[in-house]
Design a protein around this ligand. Structure first.
Ligand SMILES: [Zn+2]
Length: 130
């Protein structure tokens, strides 16, 4: 693919993501009482048992969309990623404040399934019940 094609594809993907985020319900509507949310993201290749990368994401609850979609950490992966939205929202709605979700990438790298694993530890604080 030409450089121009790749750039256009990336910008289309970005626009699509923006659209999804704009259309998604807000996190504070989906999980009333949620105060803070912190995600510790760990990634690991399918063939490895050691976590490769780890980063922390702080979610600004007041403005954030109720959408937890992480891109695949492998730059060669096509159509991959992790959609953890349903699972994370369900756990938060049930009042969980410290839990881990795991997902396997559904994309492919050079025609082989990617299978990269992402593990997210979620720590939330909620307003105390009245
Ligand atoms: Zn992938």
């Amino acid at each position: 693919m030409s450089i121009y094609g790749k750039a256009r594809e990336a910008s289309e993907r970005f626009a699509e993501r923006r659209k999804r985020e704009d259309e998604a319900p807000r996190l504070h509507d989906e999980v009333p009482g949620l105060r803070t949310l912190r995600l510790e993201v760990e990634e690991q290749r399918a063939s490895s048992t050691v976590a490769e990368t780890k980063h922390v994401r702080i979610v600004v609850v007041d403005h954030a969309p109720a959408l937890f979609v992480l891109p695949c950490g492998d730059g060669d992966c096509r159509d991959g990623g992790h959609d953890l939205t349903g699972e994370i929202l369900a756990r938060l709605r049930h009042g969980a404040t410290d839990f881990t979700v795991e997902d396997r990438c559904y994309g492919s790298v050079r025609d082989v399934p990617c299978g990269r694993i992402v593990r997210v530890r979620i720590k939330a604080t909620v307003a105390s019940a009245r």
